[in-house]
Design a protein around this ligand. Structure first.
Ligand code: SF4
Ligand code: SF4
Ligand code: FES
Length: 246
């Protein structure tokens, strides 16, 4: 027989004026290879159909199931209950707007952030539908792909001290995204253009460098390296602007 697990789950429905934030406790028998997705689905099916949480791919790809698991942001579909103690506390991610219980709206935050940083290839080249795709060096394509693996789950944002303190902080996820465009030869932006976007306290200079972001990233993105690279680049760009160097 499996362990008896105790789940303490944050409950609150902001749409319901009678609802107050509180914790509900559920008890469940652990099964083989049980993930938090399976456990939450069982709780919803067998105990409380009103429990709100988000899932889509169940394979660590869509990024929608992020929540705070015993104090640490992570993906519920990738978390096995056997890696956790008998008592499991689940909270919604902070920073993002709460939809209800464990469900938060990461989409609006990511859309606004991607718009702020211009998260697309900036080029004046005319689009020719008949042209062959431009070739890219394999090693460079792989370097770009490494940074493209972000699933926009929001774990790094939720774990970030600065993002929790200031609403306008762009976070490691935006810095990583900028780093991806800096590598891409098709993007014609210069360092001074990127400086306008992230050379501020909202961007790289608001980062305290404690690296909770990298610690919790379920895709193990090299956020520490990117923060270091961009901080140096933006620092150097600031110096060049100050002394009007080219
Ligand atoms: S290193 Fe910077 S971006 Fe990462 S969690 Fe700390 S303050 Fe946030
Ligand atoms: S960088 Fe990692 S933790 Fe942050 S949103 Fe992307 S996948 Fe999630
Ligand atoms: S359900 Fe898609 S990442 Fe967890």
């Amino acid at each position: 027989m499996g362990r008896r697990l105790k789940f303490n789950i944050f409950r609150y429905n902001p749409q319901d004026t009678d609802s107050r934030p509180h914790t509900d406790t559920f008890s469940l028998e652990e099964t083989d290879s049980m993930t938090l997705f399976i456990a939450l689905t069982k709780i919803r099916e067998e105990h409380d159909p009103s429990l709100q949480f988000d899932f889509c791919c169940r394979a660590g790809i869509c990024g929608s199931c992020a929540m705070v698991i015993n104090g640490r942001p992570g993906l519920a579909c990738k978390t096995l209950t056997k890696e956790l103690p008998d008592e499991i506390t689940l909270m919604p991610l902070p920073v993002f707007k709460l939809i209800g219980d464990l469900s938060v709206d990461t989409g609006t935050w990511f859309r606004a952030t991607n718009e702020k940083i211009g998260s697309w290839i900036h080029t004046n080249a005319e689009y020719d539908p008949d042209a062959h795709e431009e070739k890219m060096d394999n090693a460079l394509a792989e370097e770009i792909y490494e940074l493209e693996r972000c699933v926009e789950c929001g774990c790094c944002v939720a774990a970030c001290g600065t993002a929790n303190m200031r609403e306008d902080f762009l976070g490691a996820v935006a810095v990583n995204r900028i780093a991806r465009f800096m590598l891409d030869p098709r993007d014609k932006r210069k360092d001074r253009d990127y400086f306008e976007v992230i050379g501020t306290d909202e961007g790289i200079f608001g980062c305290m460098g404690l690296l909770a972001c990298e610690d919790v990233c379920p895709k193990e993105l090299p956020l520490q390296d990117q923060l270091g690279i961009i901080r140096r680049k933006m620092g150097w760009t600031a110096v060049k602007q100050l002394f009007r160097l080219k």
